[in-house]
Design a binder for this molecule. Structure first.
Ligand SMILES: Nc1ncnc2c1ncn2[C@@H]1O[C@H](COP(=O)(O)OP(=O)(O)O)[C@@H](O)[C@H]1O
Ligand SMILES: [Mg+2]
Length: 244
């Protein structure tokens, strides 16, 4: 089992979009038993994957060990892809982790879930917080979406600095350019500077996920967007299965 976090200091940079599509690629393209764990109280990936029924707001109770995570897991309608949905209770998760003082609670829960899943994708809330610290202790790789701009680069550098300061030897960071528009000079310049980073194009097909309530692979498998997510996932799989 491996946990893959999709994380950024910033909001609105494409974390949820990446998480949902990578989870789809894991389940469908790689036939992995896959769980998407939505840790963001905005619950965007839960919503895209069809979890729009009002629940009991017990997502946070999993961390208190009041509820076994398996009990909140839902099917998604996509073979081998399950969802552990978010809800508003996660708004106080940072304070909860702080009071709890157990720095590896998320990592332990993920280890337990590893009996049932091969790949666990984490859709993370933005910010450098108690929650992100838990995530960084639990993940095998940290995928960081970066919109090509100097500000986004700065946010990425901040994360890298924080990681080496607080976590010493930490999981590798995999930066990914998102919402790339090659007609823009600034975007082209950023890509030229980091030619090795994977690229997800800006595309209306990708935006349409919110309309279809589905990953792009499910409704537009041959679109450039779906191809880009697929290629990115192949690269992540290669990294995860590479002998160390
Ligand atoms: N590659 C893309 N092309 C077009 N729209 C995108 C792309 N990636 C994300 N978006 C849109 O940008 C907005 C923010 O993306 P989202 O994945 O929700 O970001 P985050 O989870 O980081 O807040 C959403 O409306 C989403 O549909
Ligand atoms: Mg999001």
């Amino acid at each position: 089992m491996a946990a893959i976090a999709v994380y950024s200091l910033k909001g609105g940079v494409g974390k949820t979009t990446l998480t949902v599509n990578l989870a789809w690629a894991s389940a469908v393209q790689s036939s992995r038993r896959t769980l998407l764990w939505d840790l963001d109280p905005q619950a965007a990936s839960s919503w895209i994957l069809g979890d729009d029924k009002p629940g009991k707001d017990d997502a946070q109770a999993v961390f208190a060990k009041d509820i076994a995570p398996e009990r909140l897991v839902r099917a998604t309608g996509i073979d081998r892809l399950s969802l552990l949905p978010a809800d508003v209770s996660l708004r106080s998760l940072d304070r909860f982790f702080f009071d709890l003082g157990k720095r590896k609670r998320l990592a332990r829960l993920i280890e337990m879930l590893g009996r049932d899943y091969d790949r666990i994708l984490l859709d993370c809330p933005p910010g450098l917080t108690e929650t992100s610290d838990q995530v960084m202790r639990a993940a095998e790789v940290i995928v960081v979406p970066v919109i090509p701009s100097p500000l986004a680069r700065r946010a990425l550098d901040e994360v890298a600095t924080h990681l080496s300061r607080e976590h010493g030897k930490h999981a590798p960071i995999l930066p990914v350019f998102t919402m790339v528009d090659r007609r823009r000079a600034l975007h082209r310049a950023a890509l030229d500077e980091q030619p090795d980073w994977p690229v997800i194009p800006m595309a209306s097909t990708i935006e349409a996920m919110a309309v279809h309530h589905a990953p792009v692979g499910a409704f537009a498998p041959n679109s450039p967007g779906a191809q880009a997510f697929g290629a990115l996932w192949t690269g992540i799989e290669r990294r995860l299965t590479k002998p160390r």
